[in-house]
Design a binder for this molecule. Structure first.
Ligand code: G
Ligand code: MN
Length: 407
């Protein structure tokens, strides 16, 4: 059987996306196919794929189509399903079928399959979108060694990436500032800068979504560069009104170890006339613990320029206390998952207390994130927490609103 082109694959999908109908595409990938080809030679591997195609064909309904779309991939077109779950049943039937070996040129082989399923109308609206969805699903199945991954709900991240790139170069993103309040003195000591994106076409995009997207696609550096510059530009205006105010910027785990960051931060500080001591760079605990030794080095380099370092979202990752001792961090930001519910749960409150004490024993300032009511504020003050941040103390707002509200 010859491999079908993308065009042939699309033709096989004709009529698949008809309103009122349900259908699905299943991409079947034969794992370790290259290895098999290297071990057994191309003709044997090629026969294996043909035999797999025939076996799959035999497990399906007469109207279903099986095509070879690449060296190690098969495309299965499943038209007229009752619902997408029936497509999953077909995939499971195929998986069971290959629990038994296939005979190829006199030898028995058990191929390992990874499959990605994408359904119409649930996961995509056109044959092209279904092919993309099935490809993304099979990639995920391969990466995680799974037999079957079903595409998520209609997801157009692949398009959003390019919009984000444009938005960054057109300066379409904005910075919001959230106050950080000294608990005993009840005054704002710092602001945390948070990126916001209001797309003209789509409306507001959740920060978690575009930050994650940037990190997955190599846009993290561009986002960071934008964020450092835009933040310091706007922060310099706040600082003109309140010279002792400090500012925190979140560093993506993908960039804080990159060479050139130190120079970038220093240059931006100089351009906007902000002293290094006024800037805190936040790095998540999970990010630093991924490679603690290297992180310690990168953080030391950043710290040597005079900026402060904060360990963000503390409590979510698993820190080793040995390493924590070596990070030149001056602030520990306790994750909101502990802080927000702390007055409703005694054990959670004790965890927060322990984290505050840990920060102090390591000569760090303890900051609680996600303070949503006065009761939490009081409890934190009781535990000698230094500073806090959260909707109860102030929501993230743009620079002009911040100045109008707090100065
Ligand atoms: O990971 P980091 O701590 O930087 O995340 C900050 C995020 O938490 C921001 O998106 C901000 O809007 C959000 N946030 C800030 N204060 C609160 C709060 O009191 N409650 C909740 N649920 N979210 C908050
Ligand atoms: Mn943060």
């Amino acid at each position: 059987m010859r491999s079908a082109s993308y065009q042939a694959a699309l033709e096989a999908c004709e009529g698949l996306c008809t309103a009122g109908k349900t259908s699905a595409l299943l991409l079947v990938h034969v794992r370790r196919y290259r290895q098999l080809t290297a071990l057994l030679g191309f003709p044997v591997a090629d026969h294996l794929l043909d035999n797999i195609a025939v076996r799959i064909r035999e497990t399906l309904r007469p109207g279903d189509i099986v095509l070879r779309t690449g060296d190690s991939d098969l495309l299965v077109v499943l038209p007229d399903l009752i619902n997408v779950a029936h497509g999953e049943l077909a995939a499971q039937r195929i998986a069971r079928e290959f629990e038994h070996p296939v005979a190829v040129d006199g030898r028995l082989m058990t191929p390992l399959l990874s499959m990605g399923l994408c359904g119409f109308p649930d996961h995509g609206q056109t044959p092209q979108a279904l092919l993309r969805g099935a490809t993304a699903a099979v990639d995920q199945a391969m990466a995680n060694g799974r037999r079957l991954v079903v595409a998520g709900p209609f997801n157009d991240d692949a398009l959003l990436v390019d919009e984000l790139r444009d938005a960054l170069s057109n300066n379409e993103l904005t910075v919001a500032f959230q106050p950080l309040v000294h608990l005993r003195e009840r005054r704002i000591v710092a602001v945390e800068a948070l990126a916001r994106w209001h797309s003209p076409q789509r409306g507001p995009i959740a920060p978690q979504r575009f930050v994650e997207l940037a990190e997955q696609t190599g846009l993290a550096l561009d986002l960071t560069r934008w964020s450092i510059n835009a933040t310091l530009r706007e922060f310099s205006q706040l600082r003109a009104r309140s010279p002792n105010l400090r500012c925190a910027i979140n560093l993506s785990p993908k960039v804080f170890t990159q060479s050139g960051l130190v120079e970038q931060v220093s240059a931006a500080l100089q351009i906007w006339g902000v002293p290094a001591e006024s800037l805190t760079l936040e790095v998540t605990e999970t990010a630093v613990m991924e490679d603690p030794e290297f992180s310690a080095l990168a953080l030391k380099q950043l710290h040597s320029t005079g900026v402060r370092i904060a360990i963000d979202d503390f409590g979510q990752g698993n820190s080793s206390f040995t390493y924590l001792q070596h990070f030149p961090a001056s602030e520990l930001k306790i994750d909101q998952i502990f802080v927000t519910p702390m007055v409703r749960d005694r054990r959670t409150a004790q965890l927060v207390r322990a984290m505050i004490d840990l920060a102090h024993h390591l000569d760090m300032v303890a900051v609680a994130e996600g303070v949503e009511d006065a009761a939490v504020c009081d409890a934190l003050l009781d535990m000698h927490c230094d500073a806090a941040q959260g909707y109860h103390l102030g929501r993230p707002v743009d620079q002009a609103t911040f100045a109008a509200t707090y100065f």
